[in-house]
Design a protein around this ligand. Structure first.
Ligand SMILES: [Zn+2]
Ligand SMILES: [Zn+2]
Length: 448
């Protein structure tokens, strides 16, 4: 497997003399497996130069490949309208991105090329371009096995795990730890939040992990909810997941080359203090990594990957899902209604613990948003009782706890023991609620 970086920057392109070494273009990574399968991870502005290189390299009829888009924030799709091979007759391209929202990925990408934003539309592509909506699961691109995993970002975002030729690459960018606590955790310490542990499973044993490392722990809490990883935590994940090489990615547009050097130094120092020492580098535009072919199976196959469903979503829009909101504060109820109802969610409401149980039994929701401080029964007790119900659907329903302040380690473990699935911290960001709730609902869809 060969990996080449065409864009390493997050948020907005940052060309200029201070970013020549690590690069100014936004996210785009090219991957080629030994059998020639071509995969592009995101199509930020880096995809422009990559497209030209591809067009010059191969005859049009042999041009083709798979575009795996993590999410559709601009820094990950801005090169899409400028990708030269789309304008070469005979090319065959498959485009994948997180779907299952109110519109298909094809319409979202066509939107950025509509008349107001761009001189040509998707209809003017000369190559055959097919679009696929994805969720968490697995599928194949040629002989490359792809697994996807929802990341924590204020847009529905997927990470990609690619396995081919006995090598494993994980691309996980635009992701905030579900909990960065405790702040003084030892390098490589096991995370407290269950979703962070699942993230480790996704990275487990990879030869290379390209990971979001936009901020530092010092930048938090000012950057809390922005959807990015402090570099210290990216290192901790690489240690705990026994990753061969960690590549720091999605460099902040405000960081100069010298500042990325300093970030890399910080990361290497932390890595050296772990009980396993991954190699660490910072992604640099134009650089290539060669992963040696291994005949044997990867070092550590995550068991969970074998059980997951197909990642490919059917074309018809998902049916409206019912979400039970248990919340006694009318302002918070209005905020959540405003965030979720335009997403096609049917929101039902209960203002206290007793009625929450009654409504849950009657309406059998697909997800529960549960405030901890509510009248009658407190939230944790509601959680325990739902898990003790005779109805298997209720016993397994995802329960997202709404907490007034960031829960400490003990409070979080207590809620997990009571049966909580995940947490949303107030004040909630509508964009973050939307992507988190959508992700949980899509995970629960039956096999297509
Ligand atoms: Zn981004
Ligand atoms: Zn983003």
């Amino acid at each position: 497997m060969r990996i080449r970086f065409w864009g390493t920057r997050g948020s907005i392109p940052r060309p200029g003399p201070e970013t020549v070494r690590y690069g100014g273009n936004t996210s785009c990574v090219e991957v080629r497996s030994d059998d020639g399968t071509r995969i592009l991870l995101d199509v930020g502005t880096g995809a422009h130069e990559l497209g030209i290189a591809l067009r010059d390299e191969a005859a049009a009829e042999r041009l083709g490949g798979h575009l795996l888009i993590g999410h559709t924030h601009w820094d990950h799709i801005q090169g899409f309208p400028f990708f030269a091979p789309f304008f070469e007759r005979g090319g065959q391209w498959d485009v994948y991105a997180p779907g299952g929202r109110t519109q298909h990925i094809e319409d979202t990408l066509a939107g950025q090329m509509s008349y107001d934003y761009h001189p040509v539309t998707v209809d003017s592509f000369d190559a055959a371009v097919r679009f696929h909506d994805l969720r968490e699961g697995r599928f194949e691109c040629g002989r490359v096995r792809v697994s996807t995993r929802y990341l924590n970002h204020p847009a529905l975002t997927l990470g990609y795990r690619l396995e081919a030729d006995g090598a494993v690459l994980v691309y996980a960018t635009d992701h905030e730890p579900h909990s960065i606590l405790p702040l003084d955790a030892a390098p490589g310490a096991e995370p407290v939040h269950y979703e962070d542990r699942r993230h480790l499973e996704f990275l487990a044993g990879a030869d290379v992990v390209i990971h979001d490392a936009q901020f530092t722990l010092g930048d938090f809490p000012a950057k809390l909810g922005w959807g990015h990883t402090p570099v210290e935590r990216a290192v901790d994940y690489a240690i705990a997941a026994r990753v061969g090489q960690l590549v720091l990615f999605h460099h902040d547009p405000l960081r100069t080359d010298a500042e990325v050097d300093a970030l890399l130094e910080l990361a290497r120092e932390r890595a050296a203090r772990g009980d396993f020492v991954p190699d660490v580098r910072a992604a640099a535009e134009g650089e290539t990594l060669e992963l040696p072919r291994r005949e044997a199976a990867p070092r550590r196959e995550p068991a969970a990957v074998e059980r997951v469903p197909s990642a490919l979503l059917p074309k018809e829009p998902p049916r409206a899902s019912t979400v039970l909101l248990v919340e006694d504060d009318p302002d918070m109820t209005a905020v959540l209604r405003g965030a979720l109802e335009p997403e096609g969610v049917r929101l039902i409401h209960a203002g206290d613990g007793e009625s929450a149980l009654a409504v849950a039994r009657r309406d059998r929701p697909s997800l529960v948003l549960l405030d901890l401080k509510i009248p009658m029964l407190d939230g944790l007790e509601v959680c325990r009782r739902i898990r003790g119900e005779g109805d298997a659907r209720l016993r397994r329903v995802p329960i997202l706890i709404l907490t007034g302040n960031r829960p400490d380690e003990r409070g979080m473990l207590e809620a997990f023991r009571a049966g909580a699935t995940d947490f949303l911290t107030k004040p909630v960001k509508p964009t973050l609620v939307r992507s988190r709730v959508r992700g949980w609902l899509l995970r629960r869809l039956p096999e297509a």
